[in-house]
Design a protein around this ligand. Structure first.
Ligand SMILES: Cc1cc2nc3c(=O)[nH]c(=O)nc-3n(C[C@H](O)[C@H](O)[C@H](O)COP(=O)(O)OP(=O)(O)OC[C@H]3O[C@@H](n4cnc5c(N)ncnc54)[C@H](O)[C@@H]3O)c2cc1C
Length: 396
C-alpha cells in the first residue's frame, strides 16, 4: 500500500504510553483492566486493527466454563492430576472475578450452571469416572442420568451428563466493551500494528497506518495473529475456524442452561429472548477448518443444524437468522501459552486459548498485568509459560 504525503505526515505524529496492549479481545481488554487496578498511574492504550471484540471474543457463544476444552479426565491424562486441578482452579477464579468485579447487568452475566453431555456410552462412562476426581479438586459437580439429562434439556438421544453448578453465560461483546471502558485505557481501534521494534535506548515503536505509538512495554494479545508481530509465536499458535448459528426466537424457554456435548464437539444455549445459539461440528470437518478465512461453509452449518434437530426436536421449525465464523488460536497442547516477547524486556504475550478463551480471559488479563508490572512468576504463570516447549520440541 502506498501512503500520500498527507497520510505520512499524519502517521508520524506520535502518542506515548507506559503500556500499549495490542489486541482488543477479551484477553487484551482484561490486561488493560487489571493494569488499571494494579498500577493506576500507568498510561495505557488498547490498540486494535479493527473494532473491540471484532475477533473471536465478539463472535463466540458466551459460555464461561471451567476446565479446558477437554474433559477433566483427559486433562489428568494429558497434564497430570496437579496441573488438571490447578487449571480448574484458574478458570474457576476467572468466573468468580467476572461475577465480583463487573456489573452483571452490563454484560448479561448469568450463572445457571452448565452441562457437559455425553454423546456416547464411552463418554458417559468417562464422565462418571471423573466425578470423584473433580470433587477432590473442589469442583461443584453432579452426575445426571441419561433420563434426567434429556429432561433438563428437552432433548433426545443423549447419554448422561455432568452438571457443574458454577458455569456461566455472558454477552461476550458487551463483556469485552465493558471491561475496556472500565479500564480507563485510551481505545485506539482501526490501528493495525504493522511493525514493532525497539529503538536503541529509546521506547518501543509501534507503527500503524494511522499513527506511530511509543511505549515502554507492550502486551501482545492478538490471538492467532501473534506470528505477524512475533515470528517465534508460530511455534505456539495456529488459526482454527469456529462456526455457529442463531435461530429465530422459540416461543418457549426450554433450555435453562448451556450445554457442551460430544467431547466439546458441539455447544448450545438458549438466549433470554428465546433464540437458540448452536455451534461446533468442526471435528467432522477438521482439515477444512484449519484456516483463518472468515466464512461459513454449508458442510459445517449442515452438521450443526443436523445436531440441533436430532437432539433438540423442538428447534425443528425455527428458521436460522444468522450464521457466522470466527478465528481461534489453538496451541500445540491445548493450554494457553504466555511468555516474554523475545528482545523486548518487560513485554509479554498470551495466545492459544484453544476455543476456550472466555473461560480464561479475565483472569489471564490479571496474570499479564502482574507480569508487565514486574512480578517475576505470578500465581498461575507456570501453568501457561512457553518454557514448557523448551524441554520437549513442539509436536503438532
Ligand atoms: C464460533 C466461536 C465460538 C466460541 N465459543 C466460545 C465459548 O462459548 N466459550 C469460550 O470460552 N470460548 C469460546 N470461543 C473461543 C474464544 O472466543 C477465544 O478463545 C477468545 O475470544 C480469544 O480471545 P483473544 O483476546 O485471545 O483473541 P481475539 O478475540 O481474537 O482478539 C485478538 C484481537 O487482536 C487484534 N489484532 C490482531 N492482530 C493485530 C495487529 N497486528 N494490530 C492490532 N490488532 C491486532 C484482532 O483484531 C482482534 O480483535 C469461541 C470461538 C469461536 C470462533
Amino acid at each position: 500500500m502506498t501512503l500520500s504525503h498527507w497520510q505520512a505526515a499524519h502517521r508520524h505524529r506520535t502518542a506515548t504510553y507506559d503500556v500499549v496492549v495490542v489486541g482488543g479481545g477479551i484477553v487484551g481488554c482484561s490486561a488493560a483492566y487489571w493494569l488499571s487496578q494494579i498500577a493506576s498511574d500507568l498510561h495505557v492504550a488498547i490498540v486494535d486493527a479493527g473494532t473491540l471484540g471484532g475477533g473471536a471474543s465478539g463472535r463466540n457463544a458466551g459460555m464461561v466454563l471451567q476446565g479446558t476444552d477437554a474433559s477433566y479426565l483427559t486433562d489428568v491424562d494429558r497434564y497430570g492430576p496437579r496441573t488438571a486441578r490447578r487449571l480448574w482452579a484458574f478458570t474457576r477464579a476467572n468466573r468468580d472475578l467476572i461475577e465480583t468485579e463487573l456489573a452483571a447487568g452490563a454484560v448479561d452475566w448469568r450463572s445457571p450452571g452448565s452441562l457437559t453431555v455425553a454423546g456416547s456410552a464411552d463418554e458417559d462412562a468417562r464422565l462418571q469416572r471423573s466425578v470423584p476426581r473433580m470433587r477432590a479438586a473442589g469442583a461443584p459437580v453432579a452426575y445426571l442420568s441419561p433420563r434426567e439429562t434429556r429432561r433438563r434439556l428437552g432433548a433426545r438421544g443423549f447419554h448422561g451428563s455432568l452438571y457443574v453448578t458454577c458455569g456461566g453465560v455472558v454477552n461476550p461483546l458487551r463483556l469485552v466493551r465493558h471491561i475496556a471502558q472500565r479500564s480507563g485505557a485510551d481505545l485506539r481501534t482501526q490501528h493495525h500494528v504493522e511493525a514493532l521494534r525497539r529503538t536503541s535506548g529509546g521506547p518501543l515503536v509501534l507503527d500503524t497506518p494511522v499513527r506511530r505509538l511509543h511505549a515502554r512495554r507492550v502486551v501482545l494479545a492478538v490471538g492467532p495473529w501473534l506470528p505477524e508481530l512475533m515470528p517465534a509465536g508460530a511455534a505456539y499458535v495456529r488459526p482454527v475456524r469456529g462456526q455457529m448459528l442463531v435461530t429465530e426466537p422459540a416461543a418457549e424457554q426450554v433450555l435453562p442452561l448451556p450445554a457442551y456435548s460430544h467431547r466439546g464437539g458441539f455447544y448450545v444455549r438458549q438466549l433470554a429472548d428465546g433464540r437458540v445459539l448452536a455451534g461446533g461440528g468442526r471435528h467432522e470437518h477438521a482439515e477444512a477448518e484449519e484456516t483463518a478465512v472468515d466464512a461459513t461453509t454449508a458442510a459445517v452449518q449442515n452438521t450443526v443444524e443436523h445436531y440441533l434437530h436430532t437432539h433438540f426436536p423442538w428447534t425443528h421449525g425455527l428458521s436460522v437468522e444468522r450464521r457466522w465464523s470466527g478465528t481461534m488460536g489453538f496451541s500445540p497442547d491445548g493450554r494457553p501459552v504466555v511468555g516474554p516477547v523475545p528482545g523486548l524486556d518487560g513485554s509479554f504475550f498470551a495466545t492459544g486459548f484453544t476455543g476456550h478463551g472466555m473461560g480464561y480471559g479475565f483472569r489471564m488479563g490479571r496474570l499479564l498485568a502482574e507480569l508487565t508490572t514486574g512480578s517475576e512468576r505470578p500465581n498461575g504463570y507456570d501453568l501457561f509459560t512457553a518454557e514448557r516447549f523448551e524441554a520437549e520440541p513442539v509436536r503438532r
